[in-house]
Design a protein around this ligand. Structure first.
Ligand code: ADP
Ligand code: ASP
Ligand code: MG
Length: 432
């Protein structure tokens, strides 16, 4: 009797994500290529917009709405910046990538025009999403030029969301179906794709919220059962405070999913808050590593850690607004008033980071909106309430705190609001 033994080779896949801080210039793209070239396993490379491109595209959106054609000058500046990077990366000036990027900047110009009157959120997504389309076209072409054969995947055709522009929610079932076809490893071991962007069921582009590329990497890893995700950052890993602000920040070698979710919930900018859940569901480990010093040990994030250490964690969230509503005649603020406030905050997509109520006042600390939303919101609220608000504030959070930590973080700063629980203390202060 002949026995046939069928062997299936299970492909174990890795996801790398490179943020804007890493692909900031031509040197960054070269460094990305050197890291990708070393990988022998199937790999998905998720890339953000280069450097501060997303901020610049946001300014282009704001200029478009002002209607004085200033966006054209800003688009031309961004085109120039990307062109200098291309000139550095591709010595052959007739390489097709030059024309491709030119065309994409033309699309940005056209979209500013055609979506100008379609509402801020829709316009935003149809313009800002091009930062990632452009960066991935450049990265993919550069890798191909340097013998790293790869396939550019248009993630807008793979990740499907609702039409809540600027903060779209993923349709996981629909996305999973499309993912398995888009990343089928048929002829390719390396895929290059965009973070942060997706599209709704009608095919309009959507975005997943600022810093959303980390989330894209985690989502793809979870759907495709990746072995691990590495977020390559401009820092060694995760610290107990932003090392750019705190000279004495402590590097954290290991963290649990739970600890990182809490860190990001309170506003630590190092990872997008939605990143952890999809990874935890599939128990996929996350590594945060230093882009320019890949040999250094980064931070490992998984279900449990080997050593239990309880360091204080300091989180600084700038650009906050503190908004207080009252009825002005010593009447109590009731659930009906609070729900009116929240309906409006939801309408303007304003994120509440802290809230507090007293007998006659209800206060919320929110992110400063990019456009005119705060004036529009206050005007609407003033129809029913007395409204006070302060801008340019900082929300300071300390986890695992003691009085010495509070003294160190707050010092003599003027405190406008304070909230304490057993583990966490938060202060809204003036920004210094
Ligand atoms: P990327 O563009 O790669 O997504 P980000 O700029 O979003 O990178 O995140 C990295 C930055 O996060 C660092 O430059 C650092 O200043 C900041 N950061 C804030 N809090 C922390 C923290 N607790 N640990 C490490 N970095 C932090
Ligand atoms: N480019 C987007 C942003 O700057 C997404 C990201 O970087 O994760 O917010
Ligand atoms: Mg980021």
């Amino acid at each position: 009797m002949t026995i046939f033994v069928l062997t299936f080779q299970v492909k174990i896949m890795i996801v790398y994500k490179f943020g804007g801080a890493s692909v900031n210039d031509a040197q960054g793209v070269k460094q990305l290529a050197s890291l990708v070239a070393k990988v022998n396993d199937p790999l998905i490379v998720v890339v953000s917009a280069m450097g501060k491109t997303t901020n610049k595209l946001e300014t282009i959106v704001a200029a478009t709405l002002q209607g004085n054609a200033r966006e054209l000058e800003l688009i031309s500046n961004l085109r120039f910046e990307h062109n200098s990077i291309l000139n550095n990366l591709f010595k052959n000036s007739s390489h097709s990538v030059f024309a491709e990027i030119e065309k994409l900047f033309d699309v940005i110009e056209r979209n500013c025009n055609s979506y100008r009157n379609k509402g801020y959120d829709m316009l935003y997504d149809q313009v800002v999403s091009y930062g990632e389309i452009i960066s991935t076209k450049i990265v993919s072409a550069y890798l191909n030029q340097n013998a790293v054969k790869n396939k550019w995947v248009d993630i807008r055709k793979v990740i499907i969301t609702d039409d809540n522009y600027r903060d779209a929610q993923i349709d996981v079932a629909e996305t999973a179906k499309k993912c398995n076809t888009a990343f089928d490893y048929d002829g390719f071991d390396c895929y290059v794709t965009q973070g942060f962007i997706a599209s709704d069921k009608k095919g309009n582009v959507t975005t997943l919220g600022r810093e959303g590329s980390d989330y894209t990497a985690a989502l793809l890893a979870s759907i495709l059962d990746a072995e691990k995700v590495i977020l390559w950052k401009d820092v060694q890993g995760i610290y107990n405070a932003d090392p750019l602000i705190f000279d004495d920040a402590i590097f954290l070698e290991e963290l649990t999913y739970q600890e990182v979710i809490e860190l990001t919930f309170y506003g630590a900018k190092v990872i997008h808050p939605k990143t952890i859940k999809p990874l935890r569901n599939k128990q996929i480990p996350l590594f945060v590593k230093c882009f320019y010093e890949p040999r250094k040990k980064g931070t490992t994030v998984k279900e449990t850690k080997s050593k239990k250490i309880n360091v204080p964690v300091f989180i600084v969230l700038n650009e906050q607004v503190l908004l207080s509503i009252s009825l002005g005649d010593l009447s109590f603020i009731t659930e009906r008033h609070i729900s009116r406030l929240f309906a409006l905050l939801n309408k303007f997509k304003l994120k509440v980071n802290l809230m507090q109520n007293s007998a006659v006042t209800f206060s919320v600390c929110i992110d400063t909106p990019k456009g005119q939303e705060i004036t529009e919101l206050v005007d609407l609220l003033r129809k029913d309430f007395k409204v006070l608000y302060n801008q340019d504030l900082t929300l300071n959070t300390i986890r695992n705190y003691n009085e010495a930590h509070i003294k160190k973080m707050i010092g003599n700063k003027k405190v406008l609001m304070e909230q304490r629980s057993r583990n966490t203390v938060q202060f809204v202060t003036e920004t210094i």
